[in-house]
Structures are given as C-alpha cells and as structure tokens.
Write a protein that binds this ligand. Structure first.
Ligand code: ADP
Ligand code: MG
Length: 338
C-alpha cells in the first residue's frame, strides 16, 4: 500500500507536467462560411500550426467540391470541361451519396442543382419558377443515373448539403493523426468535437432558437458531430409573404414545406450528420422518426413549426430545453404513436 502511494506521489507531478495542454483558437472564412477551430496542444506554436493545416485542408476541399469555383472538380464535371476522373476523394463521396440517396428514399439528392439554381439560390437572384419549368428541370435530377465518370445531359452535381460536414470529418482526421485529443470545430453551425473538454467534462453546444436570439436547447456531447439544418438559414419571401427556403424537396422541385423548423443530427461522422440533417428536414417529423427507428445509427433533435421539441432517447441525459416549447417529446424505439 505504502509503495503504491509513494509511487503516485512521485509520478503524478511528472504526469501532469507532460500532459499540460494549451488552448489555441483560430477563425477563418472558407466554403463561404465563417469557421472556428479550437484545440488543445502542447504549445501555442503547435496549436497554430495545426489550425493552419486545417485551414489549408478546407481550402483544398473547396477546390474539389465548389459548384461556383471555376477551377473546382465539380465545376469541371458540371460544365463538361476536360477532367480526368482520377480523384478518389470525389469518387468515395459519390459512393456515400448514392448509398444515402437510396437509404433516404431520395430525400437526399445531390443532383438537384438545376432546380435549385432556377430558383436563384446560387446567385441570390430569387424568383418562383413556372411549374412547367420545374417539371422540365426535375427530369434531369435522377441521381440513381449518376456514375462517377458519366453525367447524363442536363444533369449537375451539388455537394452543398454535405460539404461542411465532410470538411469537418477531414479536419478531425487530420487533427487526430497529429495526436490531438481535445478539440471543437464550428463550421458555420456544423459542430464537430474530438474527445471532451480538457478538464474531462463534456462539450456543451447550443442549438439555435429558430424564432429569436440565442439557443433553444443546450446539448452535451463528446467525440461527435452536431449538425443542424434550419429553414431560417437562407430563404426569400414573395409579395404574399410565402417563404421559400434553401432546402428542397426532390419529389416536387419546390423548397421544403415540411413541419420542421430545424433538425439537428448527432452522430460520429459529420458527413453522415450533414446528409441526414438535410434529408430529415425534407421528410418531416413523422417520416424522420420512422427513419430513425429503422436506422438507429444517429440521434436527432427536431424543432417543429408548431413549437414542439422532439428528440430521440439516446439524448435523454444530454439535452436541456432553454425556451418554452408547446410539447417536449422523447422518441423511443418501441413507441407506436409516431
Ligand atoms: P447548410 O449547409 O446551408 O447549413 P444544409 O446542410 O441543409 O444547410 O444544405 C443545404 C444545401 O444543400 C442547399 O443550399 C443546396 O445546395 C443543397 N440541397 C438542398 N436541398 C437538398 C436535398 N434535398 N438534397 C441534397 N442537397 C440539397
Ligand atoms: Mg446538411
């Protein structure tokens, strides 16, 4: 007994000294998004270097995924410019997209770009197209026809629904490979955490209040992606006050009119969380709950237009409402009423 405590006494100061970590934060704009990286490393020098590496990585990814950057891989594919189709990164991403397109029954569709552009969401020159025009363009949005090296006439790709989540995954991969054990990345509302806080407590993340300032809920997580899609993020209104949001229902070619105001997905991978946040928004709460019951590989928080807070049981100990909701509903796997 005596030997053990002596050992601890001698070892612990050394242990704490060798593990001393300092926090470094850096912010930059990439992918049209204000991004912040906060991480713990053994020195500020190392921390700054890691933040710069993340920034460089995101810039690289933007040069692959952007729909508007003329040098990007996606741009070259969409505009049928010379392209050698040797980019594994894009091929793997397309494989993931195909799987998710099938799994979500088409709610997630990265081939909607011709329709989304027609509504003016790429130029902010918004207008409501004629129904005939939408139907005509919808013919070019069958993602099941897409293969890596061939895109049928009139088709175009858009990774806007997963770009930030994918970038966060790649950033986490990079930081973990360099020994980072504790970090939080905020890519414009896409949160990704490595481990927990340096003091061992969980990260506390706010879910935005769709109707006002501040957070609607607080969520504690570790080693997770937390990705929110909200109807309040980007939209325009017509002269009658109808709101058209940037999340589209691929079945109609119109902005989603589901009962959801915002949906947040919590799971280890940011790419999956980002794809699902967009998809579950389109599905609406009822279908989204069925989807969760079948898949069970993520947790979800939905804030509905009629001020309900609906979340899955895995978050029971982690979610705290911060505003008044009409209803707070926790979904469990065997519950029938949804
Ligand atoms: P944001 O990244 O703006 O926070 P999302 O992750 O929900 O929000 O992605 C929305 C973007 O995804 C849109 O701007 C558009 O480019 C694209 N998009 C819209 N609807 C869909 C859809 N049903 N499937 C795939 N991509 C979509
Ligand atoms: Mg998304």
């Amino acid at each position: 007994m005596k030997t053990v405590s002596k050992f601890l006494l001698i070892v612990s100061p050394f242990f704490f000294f060798s593990c001393k970590q300092v926090k470094t934060s850096d912010s930059f704009t990439a992918m049209n998004t204000f991004m912040t990286v906060s991480l713990y490393a053994e020195s500020h020098k190392k921390g700054n270097n890691l933040c710069n590496q993340v920034h460089e990585k995101i810039d690289q990814l933007e040069k692959i995924l952007s729909t508007t950057l003329e040098i990007s891989d996606v741009y070259k594919i969409n505009y049928r410019l010379p392209y050698d189709f040797s980019n594994d990164e894009l091929k793997n991403l397309l494989d993931f997209c195909m799987e998710t397109y099938q799994k979500t029954d088409g709610a997630f569709n990265p081939a909607l770009y011709p329709v989304i552009r027609e509504w003016g969401f790429t130029t902010e020159n918004y207008h409501v197209p004629e129904p005939e025009r939408i139907n005509e363009l919808l013919k070019n949005t069958d993602f099941s026809k897409v293969t890596y090296s061939s895109l049928a006439d009139g088709m175009e790709l858009d990774f806007g629904a997963i770009g930030k989540g994918y970038a966060a995954d790649k950033a986490v991969e990079l930081l973990k490979s360099q020994g980072v054990k504790s970090a939080i990345l905020d890519f414009g509302g896409n949160i990704q955490t490595i481990g927990c806080k340096s003091d061992g407590s969980l990260w506390r993340v706010g879910i935005k209040n769709p109707w006002g300032q501040g957070a609607a809920c607080a969520l504690t997580v570790e080693d997770s992606a937390v990705v929110t899609s909200g109807g309040y993020e980007r939209f325009f209104e017509d002269e009658n006050g109808n709101r058209y949001i940037h999340i589209f229902d691929p079945a109609t070619g119109y902005p989603s009119q589901s009962d959801i105001e915002s949906v947040t997905i919590v799971c280890p991978r940011g790419t999956y969380a980002d794809a699902l946040s967009t998809s579950l928004f389109v599905m609406g709460s009822k279908k989204a709950i069925e989807f969760w019951k079948v898949n069970q590989d993520f947790e979800a928080i939905m804030i509905t237009k009629n001020h309900q807070l609906i979340y899955t049981q895995g978050l029971k100990e982690n979610l705290e409402p911060l505003i008044d909701f009409n209803d707070v509903i926790i979904i469990s796997k065997n519950q029938d009423e949804f």
